[in-house]
Write a protein that binds this ligand. Structure first.
Ligand SMILES: Cc1ncc(COP(=O)(O)O)c(C=O)c1O
Length: 439
């Protein structure tokens, strides 16, 4: 059986959300000391599960939140999370159908009048960013006791994608208030990852000014400005709701801090196994385009994953994997779709008894189904076959699997961002939620 596997660790997801909650709590405590934007409590947390939970699987992540990381626990929702944010009606319905009873926010709002009706039926909350969404909301007003009675009014503070302008925002907020809606004023940073970018201050100031003005007219109006990077870089602007995306999956949202510094853990491990090993002589050529030629006799391993699974073809020569030698049985959950009840945290990478996991460079071109790694430094050449089926980690959690690449490193090798690598994984790798079988 082909062994490319995506493993999702619900404990890591909940750990990362815990870090978001801590940042919100710290921000709140610090703001109490005389800050004009003082809130009565720390910001609520919306977790962004759009785009199939950034490629992690909307179903597995919703389940992880519903069961608070412990899949034998049927009741305990993750208490740190007050809302799930999605981009499409299909995603929103899936979250509701899986049993999520708390707030669901359609972060781009609805795309038709019919979708507005569906949102009302499923008691979802919608962003309103343009005139026609406003018209639908005013033509068919959500009951005052329905969760859909809260709408998220999008203010364009400088991103220039969606939202109403500085001139439009107050009259529209008044219209919605007049129709009986509760509101959250929402805006989105264009450069929150770079704390010193001058547009941040401009966006933040516009937002503060309008929210302050609106609170004079509509005292109940709430505010939401920060995504993951904003949560870290701008604690003074958390307001009532933060919207945490990439950081809950354990990748760094900011340019100047690593996941270790942020105490975040990669939720996803992408792994496969070695399917063939060959000796090749100096001067031979490997793969499409014959891009790699060893200078000395080398041993190469072919592993069963490629761009058909979503691994980026464009990685440069810094891309690497980790091969778990001798004892891949220590990591059965990374390759077996049948496993149940195993948690990654059972593997202690600092424990000397865990077999060494060795870094191997990716060589030649990544193909559709396969890629090639140089295992010359890993294997005992008198016993090559013993390494067949060894586990190979393409990206994962280095605090749990020694030396394994973190997705931020592979994103750098691919000259892109972790978001893109996660979202473009295909349906081909097997998916599993550690601690339970999914699908
Ligand atoms: C409106 C909005 N809020 C929050 C987020 C989450 O962003 P991040 O993943 O950077 O935390 C996104 C993601 O694109 C978004 O579009």
């Amino acid at each position: 059986m082909r062994t490319a596997t995506i493993s999702i660790d619900p404990n890591a997801l909940n750990h990362n959300i815990e870090q978001v909650a801590k940042l919100c709590s710290q921000a709140h405590t610090n703001l109490q000391n005389g800050h004009p934007q003082n809130q009565s409590k720390p910001a609520n947390i919306m977790v962004m599960l759009k785009a199939n939970a950034y490629g992690h699987g909307l179903d597995v992540c919703t389940l992880a939140l519903l069961h608070n990381g412990n899949l034998t626990n049927n009741q305990n929702n993750n208490q740190n999370v007050q809302a799930i944010g999605v981009a499409t009606m299909e995603e929103a319905i899936q979250v509701r159908t899986l049993g999520w009873e708390k707030t669901i926010v359609l972060i781009e709002g609805v795309f038709s009048e019919q979708e507005w009706q569906t949102a009302l039926r499923y008691e979802m909350q919608c962003v309103i960013h343009n005139q026609r969404q406003l018209d639908w909301a005013l033509q068919s007003i959500a009951n005052s006791d329905s969760p859909s009675n809260t709408v998220w009014l999008k203010y364009n503070t400088g991103m220039n994608r969606l939202g109403f302008s500085t001139e439009e925002i107050i009259p529209i907020a008044k219209q919605l208030d007049g129709a009986g809606y509760q509101q959250v004023l929402l805006s989105h940073f264009a450069n929150a990852d770079d704390k010193n970018h001058p547009l941040n201050t401009k966006q933040g100031q516009l937002f503060v000014d309008k929210l302050t003005e609106l609170r004079q007219i509509i005292p109940s109006i709430k505010g939401s400005l920060c995504n993951s990077a904003g949560i870290i870089n701008f604690p003074e602007w958390h307001y009532d709701w933060v919207r945490a995306g990439i950081m809950i999956y354990g990748a760094s949202p900011v340019i100047d801090k690593t996941v270790n510094q942020l105490n975040l853990q990669a939720v996803m491990t992408l792994s496969t196994r070695i399917m063939a090993i060959h000796q090749i002589s100096a001067g031979e050529m490997v793969g499409y385009g014959s891009r790699w030629t060893p200078k000395k006799t080398s041993y190469i391993a072919i592993i069963s994953i490629g761009y058909g699974d979503g691994y980026p073809r464009v990685v440069d020569d810094t891309a690497f994997v980790t091969v778990v030698t001798d004892d891949s049985s220590k990591y059965p959950h990374l390759t077996s779709p049948k496993v149940g009840g195993t948690a990654l945290s059972d593997n202690n990478a600092d424990n000397e008894s865990v077999s060494p996991a060795i870094i191997c460079p990716i060589i030649g071109r990544v193909a559709m189904d396969m890629l090639v790694i140089d295992v010359s430094d890993v294997i005992d050449i008198d016993n090559i076959d013993k390494y067949l089926d060894s586990t190979v980690i393409l990206w994962g959690n280095p605090t749990q699997i020694k030396n394994c690449p973190h997705i931020d490193e592979i994103a750098k090798s691919a000259n892109t961002i972790s978001y893109e690598l996660l979202c473009r994984l295909t349906t081909r790798p097997k998916r599993q939620l550690l601690g339970a079988r999914v699908g």
